[in-house]
Design a protein around this ligand. Sequence first.
Ligand code: SAH
Length: 355
Amino acid sequence: METLEKLIKSEIKTKGPMDVATFMGLALGHPKHGYYMTRDPLGAQGDFTTSPEICQLFGEMISVCIIEAWMRAGKHDVHLVELGPGRGTLMADILRTAKNAQVFLERITVHLVETSPTLRKAQAEKIKPHTAIWHNSVDTLPTDAPLLIIANEFFDALPIRQAIMTPRGWQERGIGMEGDKLVFTSIPTRHTLPPKQLGAIMEFSPARDAVMTTIAKRLQKQGGMLLALDYGHDIPNAVGDTFQAVRKHQYTSPLENIGESDLTSHVDFAKLAQIAQAEGCNIFGPVTQKYYLETMGIQTRLNNLIAHDPKNGFLANDVARITDANGMGTLFKVLAISGQVNSCPLNPSGFQNLS
Ligand code: SAH
């Protein structure tokens, strides 16, 4: 039987070691065997969970943020876009919350950028009675109106490359074979980076940079904003290996059970912000997820829900989890960027009081 592992091994045997980005792209996105293509990986029965899956108030806060920005900008027709919508829970929560803003619902078209056929089906079900237009990439998003884009745990799934400091200088980190076993190795591709200690790893993601460049150019031209939430850091030129695999809620080796575990890396928000700024966009944050959700009023919303019906008390634990100062609340960061277009300067709430 053809498996992803066999396929990758035979490619390495014929062509030599494979760089991390190629490996990650195949493991996650191979049309037949790729991790996201074949399953719904989310939730307790799956491999990992996310903020919108944990708590409905996450999507409610994002909905309020988007609607407020849209109102301040003059209530134009807009495209509401989500990148990597998973099960569609976040978009469903955003649209449910927007019931209180009917005019907004009348002015939007929903677009979902999703490569997985399995997840596209789940999304279509989840957002009913609303409908959406699906895209394989940001390139085909419409050009005729401002874009309001949300991305939660999307950028961390895009392939990264790694440079590793070896006795021969910086080289490309790759995956090769020792006997019949897959192992990390280095490929003699030159990288001109400042010298570091042996074994140091620096990460970069041409795929992520390309998506950010496209979005920033579009926002400058069409107006609108992007709200990106992800596991990541704000340290320029950070050193460290953040390439990781998670299966059934446990860390595992990226080189085992290929196509059966979620592969991610930490998002370099400093780099994303730098790209957007170079295109002329406004930058907000990154701030921690805790700061953003609390500034958006998540505690007040929680208290109101509990006052309305004490059965909502269970939500307190979920809010505590996604705003935990020692966990998701600080590991996750929120970055917003908006276009400079005069008719539609969509500046988001949730980033106030920052110098
Ligand atoms: N945003 C969701 C799911 C995050 S999982 C949540 O917060 O629950 C990552 C999502 O990105 C999945 O929907 C996956 O299929 C999608 N994805 C991964 N790589 C992609 C790519 N290159 N293009 C489009 N979607 C991608």
